[in-house]
Design a protein around this ligand. Structure first.
Ligand code: GLY
Length: 367
């Protein structure tokens, strides 16, 4: 899987536009993850217009120097320094290019108010909402992206190991989260991939619990779901750890989740669809009597975004797995007034199955 260059990605976008049922020639990109993917830009504001002949990169004065370095093959334009901003820049581009009669835009990234403004500024153009044009291209990662995800995993795992000694009675959820996040930053992360989840005792029944003031206590399961962002790519890992001592029921439920994950990972292969793999874990958990306690999807695509596209879920029929896709596999069981267990690995689909990218042991640990 070679590292793709911006011109290669630009060509793929043009091909995707041309192969639509109603082909599109001109396309406005506003989603920053998509812009970063196509252009290499790492700043926080930009828009891009792609036509068969041109690739225009528009940003404000704070980023023009950086964009000139990052965005090879794009014509750089600065937004007007008055109040008009991107709307005025776009209006000027369209006025100077009357051949652009229809302009695709990323419907999921443009508010109704912004769309109305665009139509008001350039009523002569047909504005065509599109879905997932670049997101679909992003599903299969190239070697550079996979290497960045590996670095994001390594930073997150090292950070966890460095703060694991804090998994003791008395440590508050929010303090553990803070130490973990600090360790990730110190270890080279640009930031956290998302707000770290630390859910202890009965609070573990909430899959996305906000780490709060509850101190860990003997007998707790603590579910920690964390990730690092490194070079623009994310990791996403979950471990559930016992504090001091656990009951037989805790062991049994942990074993069900772990086996569901093992079965699902063993089933991953190119050509399988996301629903099939979800069903492997879901059917096993259901057969063990916990089907109602596994409410979320088995996993999601992982990359520039933490939820980087479709994934392994009951709605995942349309996702056909292919080598180079990176996904999470994260079954869970959540019981109100009891707590929860979730175990999450990041995997890379290969030619023959998958490689598990995460390396922390995932057997039950009681610390
Ligand atoms: N691990 C957090 C999430 O998947 O949203």
């Amino acid at each position: 899987m070679p590292v793709e260059t911006s011109p290669a990605r630009l060509m793929k976008v043009r091909e995707a536009l041309a192969s639509r049922e109603v082909p599109l020639l001109a396309f406005l990109l506003t989603d920053l993850d998509n812009i970063g993917y196509v252009t290499g830009f790492t700043g926080s504001t930009a828009q891009v217009i792609i036509t068969p002949e041109e690739a225009l990169f528009i940003t404000d004065s704070r980023y023009t120097v950086q964009a000139a370095r990052d965005c090879v093959g794009f014509t750089l334009m600065e937004t007007p320094r008055g109040s008009g901003g991107y709307g005025e820049a776009l209006q000027n581009v369209l006025k100077e290019r009357p051949a652009i009669q229809a302009l695709g835009f990323e419907a999921a990234n443009v508010t109704v108010a912004a769309w109305e403004k665009l139509r008001e500024l350039s009523p002569e153009v047909e504005w065509v909402g599109t879905e997932s044009i670049v997101e679909n291209l992003r599903m299969v990662k190239d070697a550079g992206e996979i290497a960045a995800i590996r670095r994001a995993i390594a930073v997150a795992e090292a950070a966890f190991l460095s703060v694991k000694h804090l998994l003791v009675p008395g440590t508050r959820e929010q303090d553990f989260a803070l130490e973990l996040e600090y360790a990730m930053r110190r270890g080279g992360a640009e930031g956290t991939a998302f707000e770290s989840i630390v859910a202890s005792g009965t609070l573990g029944a909430r899959p996305h619990h906000h780490a709060g003031p509850r101190p860990f206590a003997v007998g707790d399961f603590v579910t920690i779901d964390w990730g690092a962002s490194v070079d623009g790519y994310n990791s996403d890992i979950t471990r559930t750890v016992g504090i001091g001592a656990v009951t037989l029921r805790q062991r049994e439920i942990y074993a069900v989740v772990l086996e569901a994950q093992r079965l699902a990972i063993a089933a991953v292969r190119p050509g399988a669809n996301g629903k099939e793999i979800d069903a492997v874990a879901r059917d096993y958990i259901t057969a063990q009597g916990f089907g109602d306690a596994f409410g979320h999807s088995l996993g999601h695509s992982l990359g520039r975004d933490v939820h980087d596209g479709p994934g392994l879920s009951i709605r995942g029929e349309g996702l056909i797995l292919a080598p180079g896709m990176v996904l999470t596999v994260e079954p869970g069981i959540y019981l109100e007034d009891w707590g929860g267990v979730r175990i999450e690995e990041d995997i890379l689909v290969t030619e023959t199955g998958c490689e598990v990218l995460t390396s922390l042991p995932n057997g039950l640990e009681v610390v």
